[in-house]
Design a protein around this ligand. Structure first.
Ligand SMILES: Cc1ncc(COP(=O)(O)O)c(C=O)c1O
Length: 386
């Protein structure tokens, strides 16, 4: 019986061993044994569902995948060593030389590098559309277009894409629609409802939620997942079973943590919006967000990331970072500790100002990943630095 996702996040566990443990143990083993030659033959022939070798499957990775797939209401998934491993593994499994991809311009930086530096080596070209012009997708589709790729909310612009609209376009043109759902988590947004074929998560972020381990997962229907699984199994991009064990435990508390993150972000957004040194604040569940209505339609809460602009441009942005005491300056996000970055002087410093503006990054823009500290302590640190 399908239970509420909060319950399944805890109760979907691998079978108990003969020791009747309550908490899932670690299965630190590289391989598994067979009862006899026939058992071994049938397992290799895939006549039996059986763990053979941990690069293929392991009870800890299977439990993790099962839990995330349940939250997303996906048929199944494949786990990878990192979020980028999941993104690359998905492309590598599904694309052939000469295929074409249409992607939103605002995507994670390393994904952009895959499109512009690596997929091109196999003669796979990518055309970008501006996220505020999804209708332009149709004019970019070619006879060899196979994948439509997006991220929503975007990083670091915190813009949204209309998943229902994209689902319709993808269906009509027979494209595989893939979303990087990392900022929303499987708890806040289930894109499969909107005919999205595959979802990818960097589990390194809110799924772990405590900044400890790396991991990635792709979820979707069994046919596509089967192909991606075989690529992962043969290319050696397996998620470490120790990380899978950590991530499976993390999922048990995901909904509680994310509820708290979202409450604190709303309070932080309100504080920043009323501060005289701030030009603007962007958060999907703030009424001032230009896509507030869309956010309410396709997300259940706004997530843990907020962006805002300090008055005074590049220097003011850097000064603000230097004056923070408690908040961490780090590149990660979705951690229990609040983290601040200044994209214009760090992650996006190589782009021209015009190119930065195209993806929504102004000189004074700050990305804040709101953690689980008390909201008053977060606000006090921000207040001092401003
Ligand atoms: C939206 C998004 N997708 C993918 C990734 C890549 O994840 P990983 O670092 O686990 O490879 C990141 C990392 O920051 C991200 O923010």
């Amino acid at each position: 019986m399908i239970k509420k996702l909060e319950t399944n996040a805890i109760r979907l566990q691998m079978e108990r061993s003969q020791y009747f443990e309550h908490s899932t143990p670690l299965h630190l083993t590289s391989s598994f044994v067979f009862e006899d030659a026939e058992d071994m033959r049938a397992s290799f022939a895939e006549e039996k569902k059986r763990n053979i070798y941990t690069r293929f499957t392991n009870p800890n990775t299977s439990e993790f995948i099962h839990k995330v797939a349940d939250m997303e209401r996906a048929e199944y998934g494949v786990s990878f060593a990192t979020g980028m491993g999941a993104i690359f593994g998905t492309f590598a499994a599904l694309l052939n030389a000469g295929d074409h991809v249409v992607s939103a311009r605002s995507i994670f930086g390393s994904t952009h590098t895959l499109f512009t530096e690596y997929l091109l080596k196999w003669n796979i070209e990518t055309s970008y559309f501006q996220i505020e012009e999804p209708e332009s997708i149709k004019s970019l589709i070619q006879p060899n277009t196979k994948i439509l790729y997006v991220q929503s909310p975007t990083n670091p612009g915190i813009d949204l894409l209309d998943l229902k609209l994209l689902g319709k376009i993808a269906k009509k043109h027979n494209l595989i629609l893939i979303i990087d759902n990392c900022f929303a988590t499987p708890y806040l947004q289930q894109p499969i409802k909107y005919c999205v074929d595959l979802e990818i998560h960097s589990a390194t972020k809110l799924i772990d939620g405590q900044g400890r381990v790396l991991g990635g997962v792709t979820l979707g229907n069994s046919e596509l997942i089967g192909k991606i699984y075989l690529f992962g199994r043969n290319s050696g991009s397996a998620l470490s079973l120790f990380n899978a064990w950590i991530l499976s435990k993390s999922i048990e508390t995901l909904t509680v943590r994310v509820d708290r993150h979202c409450q604190t972000v709303l309070a932080t957004a309100e504080f920043l919006e009323s501060h005289p040194k701030i030009n603007w604040v962007k958060y999907p569940f703030s009424k001032s967000h230009p896509q507030y209505k869309l956010a309410k339609k396709q997300m259940s809460q706004g997530g843990s990331i907020i962006t805002f602009e300090v008055k005074g441009g590049l220097e003011a942005g850097r000064d603000f970072l230097n004056d923070l005491v408690m908040l961490s300056l780090s590149s990660n996000l979705g951690d229990s500790g609040s983290i601040v970055t200044h994209p214009a002087s760090t992650t996006h410093r190589k782009l021209s100002e015009a190119d930065r503006l195209e993806v929504g990054i102004t000189d004074g823009m700050i990305r804040l990943s709101v953690g689980l500290e008390h909201k008053e302590d977060i606000q006090n640190d921000l207040k001092k630095a401003l």
